[in-house]
Design a protein around this ligand. Sequence first.
Ligand code: SME
Length: 165
Amino acid sequence: MACIYPSLSSAPEELYPYLLDQIKALIQPEDDWVANAANAAAAIGFIAKDLNWAGFYLLNAESLVLGPFWGKPAVTRIAMGSGVCGLSAQSKKTIVVPDVHQFPGHISCDLYSNSEIVLPLIQNDTLIGVLDIDSPELNRFNEIDQMYFEKIAAYLSKSIKWPVK
Ligand code: SME
């Protein structure tokens, strides 16, 4: 089992490839989607800087249902089109929210969250759910963070055996 350490560098071009390598090392030997999604969420939360929540909401019928995550307990069901997660799922697009307090319809799970990025998980053109990442910092996610998290979301979409419902 790979041991996870924090990144030695906070430079995005070193930290994010390190994070992706750690996620690959955790996921490749394992087949179970819960184990892999749980470890991916924990690796993102532990290795990336200034986060307070990282986890998955998976499409189940017409709702997004809470999956494995790192952070405080969170809302369990989000309707398609609701909140940042529901809008990202509906549009199948990444949504970056620099200040969640200014985002109409934002669903608050942690009073300390100030910014958020939500990335759709898509496998063979089918929406699986979203990867949701929150930060206590305002404006935590810039274009470089978005690019690297999109690479991570693409890897997770294709590499985990998601339960497609
Ligand atoms: N903020 C999200 C809800 C999930 S929590 O952040 C974990 C949203 O507006 O969809």
